[in-house]
Design a protein around this ligand. Structure first.
Ligand code: HEM
Length: 415
């Protein structure tokens, strides 16, 4: 049994970021470590077996477990992330229906069209910040697809607001307070739109995200409160725009390991997907997930009292040498078997959670993420540009991490 820390580790967590749990594991010499966060005892686990433990609702529940600053910025109050049991399954089915079916191809179409339009504009500018530009491309594509009304004039502000929500959840810095204000404002805006859809004052295509969320009935048979419906529309639109982080990381990877550019350019679809998986595995984005134990449980010889936090280290699992030999080498080929993408186990690659997205809390947006990232990585590889002098460092103590400069491109020519 490991020693139980007496001091709360929240400050250490915020200061060390992605290295916090791996460092604690190294210091303890084991995969499972005790800690204290958000003034609660916590157990942090890693690897496929740890993930299976965490994703069992009998051991870990989400309701009331997520820290208020995270709910008030990233997810929203009443979000699917915060539900358990039947309430979760019914709400989750709506996301699975919207995000894991045939609709994904239409979203990719919208986004790639928006990229191609934008690339012509980038070619007329001296330089552009890739992360900001891609956030606009994704916001344009996803709002059109989701039937969220958005004029060209409104686009830059919405893209900025959606990235602010992602940027401010794990910090006490001003970006956190900005994120809270943005959430208030954008939820109010979307709740009004949901009410217009319900009253018939606004027509939206059947089957669109807006139409589906507006008409969704929860496990109690009731429509969602307009504010909660707004939260869930944002839970589609906001993380889609967050794919801009991975596109910035893809640009970083192409800069560090330019040999991958040719194979991406060639349009080798399996390689593009493998590249997308390696970007999601290698670069830091979601650090860990967690919940609370509903009763006393035990894991790896450690007793977890009822109400404790249980954390799964996603970033650490994605760099576990038993799962990914030479984890600090960027090697897309690790996801290929011959000319095809190899089968990837449900508990193995976990940048967006683990297990079955249909029944557990695993991200239902992985198909969307991988499809968008593959398509945009190919476009990025085909784009001609230079990287002027800039700070491309990615600090592991900043959650969410990002290349400091946002990746400035100059001399862009559409390929
Ligand atoms: C849940 C990561 C993209 C929608 C999650 C979780 C993670 C995650 C770590 C929590 C898993 C858990 O608690 O067990 C990411 C990352 C993305 C991404 C790194 C890259 C940008 C997306 C996209 C969508 C999406 C594109 C929708 C279009 C959701 C939803 C949930 C979720 C609705 C809640 C699922 C639940 O609680 O059952 N995501 N995600 N995500 N994600 Fe994503």
């Amino acid at each position: 049994m490991t020693r139980r820390p007496r001091l709360d580790q929240s400050i250490a967590m915020l200061a060390q970021g992605y290295a916090w749990l791996p460092d604690r594991r190294r210091a303890a010499g084991r995969d499972t470590v005790r800690t204290r966060v958000a003034l609660r005892q916590a157990l942090a686990v890693e690897g496929p077996a740890g993930a299976r433990f965490v994703y069992d609702e009998d051991h870990v529940r989400r309701s009331g477990a997520l820290p208020e600053p995270v709910v008030s910025t990233l997810f929203g109050h009443g979000a699917v992330h915060t539900l358990d049991g039947e309430a979760h399954r019914v709400r989750k089915a709506m996301f699975v229906h919207l995000l894991m079916g045939e609709g994904v191809a239409a979203l990719v179409d919208r986004v790639t069209t928006a990229w191609d339009d934008a690339a012509y504009r980038w070619a007329q500018q001296e330089q552009v910040v890739l992360m900001d530009e891609v956030a606009r491309v994704l916001a344009r594509g996803v709002c059109d697809w989701a039937a969220v009304p958005l004029t060209e004039d409104e686009l830059p502000a919405l893209a900025r607001d959606l990235t602010t929500l992602v940027d401010g959840f794990a910090t006490g810095a001003p970006r956190h307070w900005r994120a809270r204000r943005v959430r208030q404002r954008r939820e109010a805006w979307l709740a009004g739109i949901v009410e217009e859809v319900r009253s018939g004052a606004r027509a939206v295509p059947a089957g669109s995200v807006l139409a589906t969320v507006a008409a969704h009935r929860d496990s109690d048979g009731e429509l969602l409160e307009p504010r909660v419906a707004a939260v869930e529309v944002l839970n589609v639109v906001r993380p889609t725009v967050a794919v801009s982080w991975f596109v910035a990381f893809a640009a970083h990877a192409l800069h560090r390991w330019p040999a991958h550019r040719e194979r991406l350019r060639s349009g080798d679809a399996a390689f593009a997907e493998a590249f997308a998986h390696e970007v999601r595995r290698f670069y830091p984005f979601a650090p860990f997930i967690g919940g609370r134990s509903p009763r006393e449980v035990e894991w790896d010889g450690e007793r977890v009292p009822a109400g404790s936090m249980v954390l799964l280290d996603l970033w650490g699992t994605d760099h576990d040498p038993e799962l990914f030999p030479e984890p600090w080498t960027f090697r897309p080929e690790r996801f290929l078997a011959g000319d095809e993408v190899r089968e990837i186990g449900a508990w193995e690659l976990v940048p967006q959670g683990a297990g079955d997205p249909r029944t557990g809390h695993r991200c239902p947006g992985e198909d969307v993420t991988v499809s968008l990232l593959s398509a945009l990585a190919v476009r990025l590889a085909r784009l001609e540009y230079r990287l002027p002098p800039q700070d491309l460092r990615i600090s592991l103590s900043r959650i969410p991490a990002r290349p400091a400069s946002g990746v400035v491109l100059s001399g862009v020519r559409a390929g």
